[in-house]
Design a protein around this ligand. Structure first.
Ligand SMILES: NC(=O)C1=CN([C@@H]2O[C@H](COP(=O)(O)OP(=O)(O)OC[C@H]3O[C@@H](n4cnc5c(N)ncnc54)[C@H](O)[C@@H]3O)[C@@H](O)[C@H]2O)C=CC1
Ligand SMILES: O=C(O)CCC(=O)C(=O)O
Length: 411
């Protein structure tokens, strides 16, 4: 099943439960616009390098389209299309006034110097500046991009359209960003992991957690859960997995990464395991926080964790999702689990438009409120309708988007 077919599969399952008619299904599934552009820039050696950039604008029934930019060699139109559709449902699940979009460039950012990353980003914005904007489509960080990338996007957009910080979120705090956006996705994952543990009557102190990916999302989720006294026994990144049965010192791992070119390589306070083994550890909670599709038909039988929190987008293939559901694994889906990032992006965007600031305490408090409310709604629906949390989350999101679409009519 292709990536976009996976999103369609979950969508159809929830639409069946809701009794959504065929005409509405087509309106909700077909993206509004798909953009593919050539991005050429001059490398540090003075050569011209050419890559492909994408932006898929999926749906704007509930507001401007919203979603991250990903820089990764595996980016392609099908993946971006699927991630854009997920954003439409995600923003509806947490009930913030947006539609969904996603974009990216098929490039390995580790092969670019800082100045090359700036040039490729500015060239990408040159190609798409007229189809994004604070009332149209608002990019944000995703894999391989960060607050610095967002600052370049704002600056390049402003060259064409005048000063407008609300065109992009996830910016540096010193440049119209908001305190707490960087930690927001991982923090939201942590908040909801504790909620799940609470519902199951499990104590954080007796919970062993493994986290795949130690970038923005994985490292902040690890910190939040370690602060809550969970035992984070395994973490990983592209360099491999690191395991300590008694629990790792997460702050020490973060320090190591900060001093080591963003890599866990050489982290000595843990036993090194082959990367994929992390997914198969005998832990209570598994948090995939890196790539999509990492739990699939071939390895799902070896996944032992009874609880999976999808911090990454689409980490579980639909075939594996079915098998996990049949063996009783509790899975908190991406469109709810990792919605903390877009939620704080919304706070940033709203404040950019008012030139008004919230402090970190207020951001954290509001994040917890929005995430908790979405969690309660999805959890209760899942119990009432005897469907998985994924199906319940899709039902909540699709119902809200369908309602807005019906109210708009055919404009
Ligand atoms: N940054 C954000 O606010 C949001 C991110 N997400 C999703 O979370 C996931 C991670 O995103 P970020 O943390 O922002 O990316 P990032 O680029 O900051 O970090 C990615 C991490 O994954 C690791 N990684 C890559 N391939 C791996 C592999 N094969 N095995 C183990 N680790 C591997 C990298 O080494 C790095 O530690 C993505 O799926 C993204 O779509 C979802 C919502 C918001
Ligand atoms: O913060 C945002 O607007 C987008 C975050 C994102 O790309 C995601 O939730 O997958």
């Amino acid at each position: 099943m292709k990536s976009s077919e996976a999103a369609q599969f979950y969508f159809s399952r929830a639409a069946d439960q809701l009794g959504v008619n065929e005409s509405m299904r087509r309106r909700l599934m077909i993206p509004r616009r798909e953009i593919q552009v050539q991005v050429s820039f001059e490398t540090d050696k003075g050569e011209v390098a050419t890559y492909v950039g994408y932006r898929v604008q999926h749906n704007n029934a509930r507001g401007p389209m919203k979603g991250g930019f990903r820089y990764h060699p595996q980016v392609d139109l099908d993946e971006i299309r699927s991630l854009a559709a997920l954003m439409t449902v995600k923003t509806a699940v947490v009930n913030i006034p947006y539609g969904g979009a996603k974009g990216g460039i098929a490039v390995d950012p580790r092969t670019l110097s800082l100045t090359e990353k700036e040039r490729i980003t500015r060239k990408f914005i040159d190609q798409i500046h007229d189809v994004i904007g604070p009332d149209i489509d608002i990019p944000a960080p995703d894999m391989g991009t960060d607050s610095q990338t967002m600052a370049w996007i704002m600056s390049q957009y402003n060259k064409y359209h005048g000063f407008n910080p609300g065109v992009v979120t996830g910016k540096p705090v010193e440049y119209y960003g908001i305190p707490g956006r960087e930690e927001a996705t991982g923090r939201g994952v942590g908040i909801l992991t504790l909620k799940v543990l609470g519902r199951l009557g499990r104590k954080p102190q007796q919970t062993r957690v493994a986290i795949q990916g130690f970038g923005n999302v994985g490292s902040h989720a690890a910190k939040y859960l370690a602060d809550a006294e969970c035992k984070v026994v395994a973490i990983s990144d592209v360099s491999g997995a690191y395991y300590r049965a008694d629990g790792l010192d997460v702050l020490s791992a973060i320090r190591h990464v900060n001093q080591n070119n963003n890599s866990l390589a050489g982290f000595k306070e843990a036993e090194k395991l082959p990367g994929d083994q992390l997914l198969e550890l005998d832990v209570d909670v598994l948090i995939p926080a890196a790539l999509g599709g990492v739990i699939h038909e071939a390895n799902v039988d070896r996944v032992k964790a009874p609880i999976i929190i999808e911090a990454a987008n689409e980490p579980v293939r639909p075939e594996a999702d079915e098998i996990l559901a049949n063996k009783g694994t509790l899975l908190l889906p991406d469109i709810l689990a990792n919605a903390g990032g877009v939620t704080v992006s919304y706070f940033e965007w709203a404040q950019n438009r008012q030139f008004y600031h919230w402090n970190l305490d207020r951001v954290r408090q509001e994040l917890e409120r929005v995430m908790s409310q979405a969690f309660e709604t999805v959890w209760d629906l899942s119990r009432a309708r005897k469907v998985s949390l994924r199906t319940a989350a899709f039902m909540v999101g699709i119902e809200r988007v369908a309602k807005a679409t019906a109210l708009i009519g055919v404009a």
